[in-house]
Design a protein around this ligand. Structure first.
Ligand SMILES: *[C@@H]1O[C@H](CO)[C@@H](O)[C@H](O)[C@H]1NC(C)=O
Ligand SMILES: *[C@@H]1O[C@H](CO)[C@@H](O)[C@H](O)[C@H]1NC(C)=O
Ligand SMILES: *[C@@H]1O[C@H](CO)[C@@H](O)[C@H](O)[C@H]1NC(C)=O
Ligand SMILES: *[C@@H]1O[C@H](CO)[C@@H](O)[C@H](O)[C@H]1NC(C)=O
Length: 369
């Protein structure tokens, strides 16, 4: 059944007008969907706060999902393989995020990716208070994702079709998150570079630059495309931009060998902070579901009634560009900035890659760069 699902997704993508979905290899997912996931994104679905589904959808400022622990309080770094999907609305058979949890969201659509940045109280999603968080992506030590079987869709490219994407990344802590799914690529910007997953201690501001706001802002914008994380333009030669790239430092012992990769000097900022434009704001986001229906373990017996659009005075108002070079320091300082432990404490995917390098030698070490 899962094979059939992957097949259907590919066919669906090919059936679209050529301009609508990226035909570039490595963008649209071709592998199987996670075993606990519904075959495709679905809404609405029954409330199921015990769900182990791991399909997240990133469609709009008030219709998206996050990965967070199935039980808590837990550290993201300890539970990276087992996070489950939590959605702002009842969808994808996933758990529902209780209203009030998310206190600010910025949704960005760019020609190469969709990116959502937000703040809130994610102890409601089983994350331990004070957790600096960690990084999740479709690779992981076992090659089947952190979380294992995690998958990501968005309909952002043409506003209609739900498409599964191969490359994505999420940082989440006790009070902050950022997530990007790479919906396009070209011969310079492969999806695996634009959704680079090996900068897991660098945090949201570095890996997913954009205009971050303090709590109370809920906005949906277009945005310029960032350089791939860790890329710095150095020169233009015959019309082509040349880049230097930053690789996160790592040293450790695997078996009886010590491996050291990455750069000794860690940059303090990304090359640029891309500008946002055409922002529409809403007063808040809410699903209107009673909190008593969303307690740990709660299971609904009928499809819940959900607030349409964003609650409150909700009609979007254009606020023009939100500026590109604004400071990002207004977000909570500790969260998902430089504290991500994934890949260090557990060695995570680094362990997987380095173990490969024991077999295939220098080529695999170069892969880490
Ligand atoms: C699901 O995730 C796996 C592991 O990252 C990936 O290989 C596969 O292509 C994804 N499948 C779909 C349908 O998104
Ligand atoms: C709730 O989720 C669990 C775990 O994914 C699943 O076994 C169960 O069938 C689901 N229950 C309902 C009512 O959907
Ligand atoms: C987060 O929510 C919990 C209750 O769900 C509350 O006890 C805690 O004080 C909140 N934390 C913050 C930082 O607001
Ligand atoms: C890929 O896209 C980026 C961003 O639009 C652009 O700067 C770059 O020139 C493109 N590369 C190619 C080979 O078209």
């Amino acid at each position: 059944m899962v094979l059939f699902t992957g097949f259907a997704v590919v066919l669906g993508a090919l059936a679209l007008p050529a301009a609508a979905q990226s035909a570039f290899p490595g963008v649209i997912a071709t592998g199987t969907n996670g075993p606990t996931n519904p075959p495709r994104p679905t809404a609405p679905t029954l409330i199921n706060q015990t769900s182990m589904a791991r399909l997240i959808t990133l469609n709009s400022v008030d219709d998206f999902c996050l990965f967070a622990p199935p039980e808590g309080p837990a550290l993201i770094g300890d539970t990276e393989t087992e996070e489950v999907a939590w959605c702002t609305k009842p969808r994808n058979n996933a758990r529902v995020i209780p209203d009030g949890t998310i206190t600010g969201v910025t949704f960005l659509k760019t020609p190469f990716y969709v990116q959502i940045m937000g703040i809130g109280n994610f102890t409601n999603l089983n994350i331990r208070a004070g957790d600096d968080g960690g990084e999740l992506d479709p690779h992981g030590a076992q090659g089947s994702g952190n979380p294992i079987g995690g998958n990501v869709t968005t309909n952002i490219v043409n506003g209609v079709d739900d498409v599964f994407y191969e490359e994505w990344m999420m940082f989440i802590s006790a009070n902050r998150f950022c997530v990007r799914a790479c919906t396009n690529a070209n011969s310079t910007y492969a999806a695996k570079y634009m959704c680079e997953h090996k900068l897991d201690v660098m945090g949201c501001d570095f890996v997913m630059p954009g205009t971050y706001h303090p709590a109370g802002t809920f906005e949906s914008c277009e945005a310029d495309v960032a350089y791939p994380p860790g890329w710095y333009p150095t020169a233009t030669v015959s019309g082509s931009t040349l880049f230097s790239t930053f690789a996160q430092y790592w040293t450790g012992v695997v078996g009886d060998q010590t491996f050291t990769v990455g750069d000794l000097v860690t940059p303090t900022a990304p090359a640029t902070i891309p500008s946002s434009s055409n922002c529409a704001t809403v007063s808040t986001i809410a699903n209107g579901i009673a909190l008593a229906s969303l307690t740990a373990g709660a299971i609904g017996t009928e499809i819940p009634t959900v607030s349409t659009g964003s609650s409150g005075s909700g009609s979007p108002t254009s606020s023009g560009g939100s500026g590109g070079s604004g400071p990002s320091q207004s977000a909570p300082p500790n969260a998902a900035l430089h504290g991500a432990h994934v890949g260090f404490r557990s060695m995570g995917e680094f362990a997987g890659i380095v173990v490969v390098s024991l077999v295939s030698g220098l080529a695999a070490i170069a892969m880490l760069h």
